[in-house]
Every structure is written in C-alpha cells, then in structure tokens.
Write a protein that binds this ligand. Structure first.
Ligand SMILES: [Cu+2]
Length: 228
C-alpha cells in the first residue's frame, strides 16, 4: 500500500504490475532525455543571436528532427503494446471472483463454490482499531490464493464504479448490465488495498477494496470455513 512520502507507484504485487513499473521508468527516462535536449536548445536560442547571411535552409537538420521523434515514439509504443496485450490475456484461471459495485459497497461472489458470497463495507471511523487503516479497511476482506491465476469479473448494480488495486496493476470499470473481465496473479502474501475509482456518488470515497493474499492451503481452509 502507499505509505508516507511515497510519490511513486506502489511496489508491484503481480508480474504485470512489475512490468508496468519498468515501463513507467523507461518512459520517464525518454522524457528526461527529451526535456534536457529541448531545454538546452531553448536556452541557447534565447542567449544567442543566431543569424547568418548565407544560411537559408537546412534540409539535413529538418529531416533529422522530423524522423528522430517518430523513432522515439516507436520505442515507447512497442513495449506499451506488449503490455497492453499481456494484460488482456487470461491464462487458464484457477479461480473466478466476481465483484459487484453498489452504492456504496462492494459485494463478492466466488462462483466456483456454492453460496460463497458476501458484502464488503468500509470499517467506519468510530470502529477503527490500532491495526486498521482509515478509509481503506473493510469488514469482509477478499481472500485469494497467491501464485495462482485469478479471473476477475466486474460489474455494478446501480451506477458506474471501478474496481481498482494499484499494486496489482488492475483497474476495471464496473458498469451496470455489463461484465468486464480482467485477470491477475498475486506474487506474495499480504494485504492489498484499493479504492473505487469512478465517481459514483456521495460515499464514493468510502467503498474501499481489501484483498488478503494467502497461500493456497490457507485459502482452502478459509473456503471450507465460509461454506459451513
Ligand atoms: Cu466510486
């Protein structure tokens, strides 16, 4: 999760998010090079009076500064498209979780099991404990096995919502009458936090998402306990 003074992305908790962080850094490096070059050019132009009686045109430099940005764009587009298609791919999921957005809470259905579904409300400020995070913790956490491909089905019951976990690199719109699909696999155990990311009404800020990532064995125990 984000902690104090973290100005950057959260640490990736899924292979896709790790790749997204690498891509972000890659683009930032390119932007740094461009900004440096352009600022250098602008400063030189301001500080010098570059006039010449003989120079009327510069075919070579004009060709270069037209083609160079196009080549730079290709170096951004290629890894970007690679990631886009990687994120779209659903690799033979071992579990399906359905999230339904409501005003203003999420409800979850584990469609692989019978009658395993629950609502997940934010823990209100009056009920905060030492161990809970304000505006981020829920009364019922999603429990998911780590290191297994998970398919998410996201939809809404009333208005638009958006199911988001920044550390997994997942953000899917929850639209009434529509099922949106995304997939991820969590690389380590822990608790992952997210918030609704589509302005959905008065309590939009108060419908967080909490995932408890556990080893597969613990997940099976949890499922049998829940379905009792
Ligand atoms: Cu919302």
């Amino acid at each position: 999760m984000t902690t104090w003074l973290n100005m950057s992305l959260q640490d990736g908790a899924s292979p896709i998010m790790e790749q997204l962080v690498f891509f972000h850094d890659h683009v930032l490096m390119i932007m740094l090079m461009i900004t440096t070059t352009v600022s250098y050019m602008m400063i030189t132009l301001i500080r010098n009076k570059q006039t010449s009686r003989f120079m009327l045109e510069g075919q070579m430099i004009e060709t270069t500064w037209t083609i160079a940005p196009a080549i730079i764009l290709v170096f951004i587009a290629m890894p970007s498209l690679r990631l886009l298609y990687l994120m779209d791919e659903v690799h033979n999921p071992s579990l399906t979780l359905k999230a339904v957005g409501h005003q203003w809470y999420w409800s979850y259905e584990y469609s692989d099991f019978t009658k395993l579904e629950f609502d997940s409300y934010m823990i209100p400020q009056e009920e905060q404990q030492e161990s809970t995070f304000r505006l981020l913790d829920t009364d019922n956490r999603i429990v998911l096995p780590m290191n297994s491909p998970i398919r998410m089905i996201v939809t809404a019951a009333d208005v638009l919502h958006s199911w988001t976990i920044p550390s997994l690199g997942v953000k899917t719109d929850a639209t009434p009458g529509r099922l949106n699909q995304t997939s991820f696999s969590i690389s380590r155990p822990g608790i992952l936090y997210g918030q609704c990311s589509e302005i959905c009404g008065a309590n939009h800020s108060f419908m967080p998402i909490t995932i408890e990532s556990v080893p597969a064995k613990h997940f099976i125990n949890w499922v049998s306990k829940m379905s009792e």
